[in-house]
Design a protein around this ligand. Structure first.
Ligand SMILES: CCCCCCCCCCCCC/C=C/[C@@H](O)[C@H](COP(=O)(O)O)NC(=O)CCCCCCCCCCCCCCC
Ligand SMILES: Nc1ncnc2c1ncn2[C@@H]1O[C@H](COP(=O)(O)OP(=O)(O)O)[C@@H](O)[C@H]1O
Ligand SMILES: [Ca+2]
Length: 594
């Protein structure tokens, strides 16, 4: 977006090298000059990626140090370094100290750069509400925030109100109930569970204010204005990884500082006519539900609990009988098997913005018409599949994470208003292992005879209730679930200490927790006996972004671009050196392309 903007040029020094510095339009660049005044190398930084400009020689890490030399100024900006394996680049804080010929010129540079920042980056956050889960992942969230994130926020002039959580669902309740005036975003330092709390808080609050009932499965939900930021400090960090490309606290903090904005599809999950939960990454039954239920018993293992439980559950070799119905999107137009990748500035997603929010003006393309939103009432379009499945799951995005760098559905889009439905039919153990293993390699995990994948707008699931586990109370007991974790929004919202995934377990310190683990021993044996028995009729549970939902029947619907994150999607290698304007600059819902 080119505006009439400041232009300034002068000669400056960077160490003992003479440079020509140029601020023009939305870029600041400096070019090293040789003795004959010929250009050598140029470094160019878009103003949108400048973090701060300060007088003097300034360092912020490991501690802030300012040497107020009167002809110097320090520029802080986003610097990228490459990663391998299709991940996004790592961002770090670049720092260059410039020396000007005079104090006057230094002051002019600082003033002009700050004006350029104000002009080009009007949507950067100024005040943030930060929730830290001290128990997530490897329990390093507080340390990560204070040592690496807070100094960056301070440098960028962002003031933050920090809440270290003392119980599960505190962050969600805070967002639902407290005064949020003046905050430009909410941030979680933790894992996918903490993100989910913020997601529920932000969506719930927005619907409350708009007078929309979240329980109505056909309600057109109000998109949320308050941005969500994630500083990864959890076990899976899937939402961060899939929207930023890496799980690195500094990279994420810089995306927040520069006010990046990435819209995200959200799936609402209803049980009968009650909202059970929202999900962005995984609504899965069978294998992933069992892994989650099992892993809750091994929380003390930290992130490794998933691998351990994955092996146990794999060995149990279970499958489940059920009916899956879905509302497909025309596979000629967009397909989970088209080998595309949703990258920063994704065209499919930006076209979807038009379709989702400006329908009346431009729903002319075939793509737009086919994806035309919210016509789920057309019963005739539903496709029904019945069978015995190892697992079934729906994901609104690729769900890539460090465990699976290409994710559950590598070609899924972050913000196209659709989700990918994966059906893995019962197969022999080796076949299922091949399928799982392909999540970690470049081989196509959908190219197996027992796997189906469909791009959908909505899905309904009905699994046979277990012989012994057909009532919810028994399920709750056998999976050791607390009321709030069941996703009953009423119970969950009111449930304080008792509610949530870690519930009382995580809040117990040392001894108490060990005691709890021993008491769990008996239940665990019972659970595994049940899990591994040949009784193929017992039920699994739903894994909804890491939260257990013990229902046999659910219905899911994708809400295109319902929330916005401080992120920009995954930058590809070519894009790493290429800069684009932070798309928050564009008011309303739109993308800018590089
Ligand atoms: C043989 C290797 C198989 C590797 C299979 C990797 C599949 C990874 C898919 C990851 C999907 C992630 C979706 C996100 C879910 C999160 O919301 C959610 C909550 O995260 P949080 O605790 O950070 O808050 N995380 C989860 O539910 C964790 C799911 C992870 C499943 C890992 C399964 C590992 C399976 C290992 C099987 C090994 C079989 C070996 C047999 C000899
Ligand atoms: N202070 C707390 N005590 C107990 N549980 C908490 C607390 N704060 C947050 N939680 C809950 O802990 C769960 C897991 O947190 P998360 O940060 O996602 O870590 P992980 O990735 O290791 O699962 C979340 O569902 C959240 O609701
Ligand atoms: Ca999507």
């Amino acid at each position: 977006m080119e505006t009439e903007s400041v232009r300034m040029e002068s000669s400056v020094w960077l160490g003992n090298k003479r440079q020509r510095a140029l601020l023009s339009g939305w870029r600041f660049s400096w070019t090293e000059l040789d003795k004959k005044n010929r250009d050598k190398t140029t470094v160019s930084v878009p103003v949108s990626e400048v973090v701060a400009v300060q007088e003097g020689q300034v360092e912020i890490l490991p501690q802030k140090k300012v040497k107020d030399t009167e002809r110097d100024f320090t520029l802080f900006y986003v610097k990228r370094s490459k990663t391998s394996g299709g991940k996004g680049p790592l961002w770090s804080l670049g720092r260059s100290q410039f020396s000007c010929p005079s104090r006057d010129l230094r002051d002019q540079w600082v003033t002009q750069l700050r004006i350029a920042l104000k002009t080009h980056c009007p949507s950067r956050p100024h005040r943030l509400l930060v929730f830290i889960n001290p128990y997530g992942g490897k329990k390093k969230a507080q340390q990560i925030y204070h040592s690496t994130v807070a100094p960056l926020f301070e440098l960028a002039g962002i003031s933050s109100h920090v809440v270290v959580t003392e119980r599960a669902n505190q962050a969600r309740d805070h967002i639902l109930k407290k005064d949020l005036i003046g905050f430009d975003g909410v941030i979680c330092v933790g894992g996918d569970g903490m993100f989910s709390e913020l997601l529920h808080g932000v969506i719930g609050r927005t619907q409350q204010e708009a007078g929309i009932s979240e329980h109505d499965p056909s309600a057109m939900l109000q998109p949320c204005d308050l941005h969500i930021g994630i500083i990864p400090a959890g076990s899976t960090d899937c939402v961060c990884f899939a929207t930023v490309g890496v799980n690195d606290p500094v990279t994420s903090a810089l995306h927040i500082v520069i006010g990046d904005s990435q819209p995200l599809d959200v799936c609402s999950v209803h049980h009968r006519s009650t909202l059970a939960r929202y999900s962005v990454s995984l609504v899965g039954y069978g294998f992933y539900g069992d892994v989650l239920a099992e892993s809750e018993r091994h929380r003390w293992m930290g992130p490794l609990r998933y691998d351990y439980s994955g092996c146990l559950v794999y060995l149990c070799n279970r499958s489940y009988q059920g009916i899956v119905q879905y509302l497909p999107v025309d596979s000629q137009i967009t397909s989970p098997r088209d080998n595309s990748r949703c990258l920063s500035g994704c065209k499919v997603c930006s076209e979807s913005t038009e379709r989702l929010f400006h329908r009346s003006e431009s729903c002319s393309s075939l793509y737009s018409r086919q994806l035309g939103q919210y016509s789920i009432e057309s019963e005739g379009e539903w496709v029904s599949v019945e069978g015995r499945f190892r697992c079934v799951y729906l994901t609104c995005m690729s769900s890539s994470c460090p465990r699976s760098p290409k994710g559950l559905s590598p070609s899924a889009h972050l913000a196209d208003g659709t989700g990918d439905l994966i059906l893995v039919r019962n197969t022999n153990p080796l076949g299922f292992l091949t399928y799982l293993h392909r999540h970690t390699t470049t081989q196509d995990q959908f190219d197996l005879p027992f796997v189906e994948v469909h791009r959908v707008r909505a899905a309904r699931f009905c699994f046979s209730p277990g012989e012994e586990e057909d009532d919810e109370d028994h399920l709750k007991e056998s999976h050791n679930i607390t009321a709030g974790a069941l996703g009953d929004p009423e119970t969950a919202r009111e449930g304080d200490e008792e509610s949530g995934r870690l519930g009382s377990q995580q809040c117990l310190a040392g001894k108490q927790r060990d005691q709890g683990i021993k008491e769990d021993g008996r239940k665990k044996r019972d659970y595994l006996c049940g899990l591994c028995s040949n009784k193929q009729s017992a039920a699994s549970v739903w894994n909804c972004d890491g939260e257990i939902l013990p229902y046999n029947e659910i219905s899911c619907r994708v809400h295109g671009q319902l929330v916005r994150l401080f992120a920009r999607g995954i930058e590809d290698d070519a894009g790493s050196g290429k800069y684009r304007e932070g798309n928050r600059n564009c008011k309303g819902r739109c993308f800018l392309h590089s």
